[in-house]
Design a protein around this ligand. Structure first.
Ligand SMILES: Cc1cc2nc3c(=O)[nH]c(=O)nc-3n(C[C@H](O)[C@H](O)[C@H](O)COP(=O)(O)OP(=O)(O)OC[C@H]3O[C@@H](n4cnc5c(N)ncnc54)[C@H](O)[C@@H]3O)c2cc1C
Length: 532
């Protein structure tokens, strides 16, 4: 009893709204929900019986990144688009910030609100995968990327997306969606033909190039600023006839060799390489002091016999690796090899305590030799806090023939069509709390490059690798300096549409602000207001 009173006291100080009314309204709309007072609220491990929730889902409130421990005001589990609409309106009538949660893989737990007191709409019931005769497919946003691979493969089809199979389609397709097929097929958002979405006033809409094109523009790159997507219809590709996946490791490269390797990789990117190659370099701590470990990975979607000629200009210039692996097979066998952690996502998700930064390098301004050397020197010599491990993933977005950069920048609200590499820089702590020195260490990795490039170097950050400590995030996530006019114009157009101010079909006029919770999500809207 004492524990219950304590909890309720805590809850009421955090949340200033009418719990009873919210619960009542959700129950009247037959929407399953969980509140802080419920015993399942702090449930972090035990799956809720399917029968209780009536939908196939695991009820977790746990954050993906244990660096955070946000307390949502409530979590709703709608099982239809109409219920999403009702949930949005009910939460909005209490003035609660609303946020969607699809796969729950936000780096900063934005799908739990990115802070306390949000109303989370968990999309777990939206698992549809329908492949149409014309080669398009309609996908529910709660599908994990592994589900998408398996579901589409049954029809011999595939779309571009990441290889991290537990990531949800909802968030992935909200902000980009990069994977090893992206140089060949583009980002996930580039496959999207139309979406079904719920606006902040509860209206259900379809957005496409033909219908509500401005909303469609905003949703592909910044979806949570505009709506909650429920179903995404995509153009699919026939699966490649074969896939080869190779990895090569040099477990302790000295600073000069590692710098040379990265410089070669950068030159190689511009050497007319086929879009059928997806490739990355991972850097981790070397096995001896003053060294780094380098892993080169190559996913090849062309004819297997053409692989060697494709990678030789790069690999042939390096020393023999300390180890290597090779798998080739059909699409599903290939994806099984490259999937992280596995194509099968039936096992429970693993959680971590991490801080990730992203550094997108511009096509026309390669990293200088000095910057690369400073970067490698930092990694090889600066000692991180004792419980911290780090990894830098150098993902090749651009270079020659990349489908991602072939899309004109103003086609979608994804603002980074001139990116060569996306460096994903992460520090993992053994357990929470994440140490203060860990932030400094990870930030130092990024700075080792930026500080050695010209002051006006136009680097950016990838919104799907969102971070909470990025200075000047508007510019880096959305290119708000370079693309401000365009973004403002679009955002203003969208904001002024009667659709958003309408009181139909239910509720009072609502602002799209109700769909905002984190600053970076909010930025497009704010720019619209500020520059309108
Ligand atoms: C282990 C791991 C590996 C990753 N690998 C890659 C990779 O290879 N390539 C890549 O591009 N990214 C990768 N990511 C990043 C990933 O794409 C993003 O974190 C993505 O936003 C997660 O989507 P989600 O649905 O799982 O997450 P959620 O946490 O559910 O959502 C993330 C954000 O999207 C919003 N959102 C979710 N669903 C909707 C919806 N239906 N409508 C509107 N807004 C919505 C949420 O409110 C939140 O702001 C990885 C992330 C992790 C944790």
């Amino acid at each position: 009893m004492f524990a219950l009173i304590f909890l309720l006291q805590n809850v009421s100080t955090v949340f200033a709204f009418n719990f009873g009314k919210l619960r009542e309204d959700l129950a009247a709309a037959q929407i399953q929900s969980v509140f802080p007072q419920d015993e399942t609220y702090p449930n972090v491990t035990t799956p809720c019986p399917v029968s209780r929730l009536r939908i196939e889902q695991t009820l977790t409130i746990r954050a993906d990144n244990l660096r955070f421990a946000f307390q949502p005001a409530a979590i709703a589990y709608p099982i239809s688009t109409d219920q999403v609409s009702s949930a949005v309106s009910i939460a909005a009538s209490q003035g609660l910030p609303v946020v969607a949660r699809s796969g729950g893989h936000s780096y900063v737990d934005n799908s739990l609100g990115g802070g306390d007191g949000s109303f989370v709409i968990d999309m777990a019931a939206f698992k549809e995968i329908t492949v149409h005769e014309d080669g398009t497919a309609t996908l529910g946003v709660a599908n994990k990327l592994g589900d998408v691979v398996i579901g589409l493969n049954e029809y011999g089809r595939a779309i571009p997306h990441g290889r991290c199979t537990y990531v949800g389609l909802g968030g992935h397709s909200a902000f980009g969606g990069y994977g090893l097929t992206s140089r060949m097929w583009g980002l996930t958002i580039d496959a999207v033909k139309s979406v079904e979405a719920v606006l902040s006033n509860g209206t259900v809409v379809t957005a496409s190039q033909e219908e509500k094109p401005d909303l469609f523009w905003g949703i592909r790159g910044s979806a949570s600023s505009f709506a909650i997507t429920t179903l995404v219809t995509v153009d699919t590709h026939p699966v490649p006839a074969s896939v080869a996946y190779a990895t090569y490791v040099w477990d302790s490269m000295d600073i000069a060799s590692a710098t040379h390797t990265l410089a070669l990789f950068q030159d190689y990117a511009d050497s007319d390489i086929s879009p059928e190659l997806g490739t990355e370099i991972f850097l981790t701590a070397g096995s001896t002091s003053g060294t780094v470990s380098i892993q080169y990975i190559a996913a090849w979607f062309g004819a297997v016999e053409d692989y060697n000629a494709t990678v030789d200009p790069f690999l042939g210039a390096l020393t023999e690796p300390s180890s290597s692996t090779w798998v080739d097979g059909n699409w599903i066998e290939g994806f099984e090899a490259l999937a992280y952690p596995s194509l099968d996502t039936s096992a429970p998700n693993a959680y971590a305590t991490f801080y990730t930064k992203s550094l997108m390098t511009p096509e026309g301004e390669p990293m200088t030799r000095d910057a690369l050397e400073a970067f490698v020197t930092y990694l090889a010599t600066i000692v991180p806090p004792s419980e911290l491990t780090w990894i830098v993933e150098v993902e090749l977005y651009g270079g020659s023939n990349s489908a991602m950069n072939a899309i004109p920048v103003n086609n979608t609200s994804f603002a980074h069509r001139d990116t060569k590499f996306n460096l994903q820089i992460s520090g993992y702590n053994a357990a929470p709390p994440f140490p203060k020195e860990g932030y400094t260490f990870v930030q130092g990795i990024t700075s080792s490059i930026i500080d050695n490039m010209p002051e006006d170097w136009n680097w950016a950050s990838y919104t799907n690798y969102v971070e909470d400590r990025l200075h000047d995030y508007a510019s880096h996530f959305f290119r708000m300096t370079a693309k401000k006019d365009l973004l403002c114009k679009r955002a203003v157009q969208i904001l002024r549409r009667p659709l958003y101010g309408s009181s139909k079909p239910q509720g009072k006029p609502r602002s799209t602000k109700h769909l905002q919770v984190s600053n970076f999500n909010r930025i497009v809207m704010l720019s619209g207001i500020n520059c309108g």
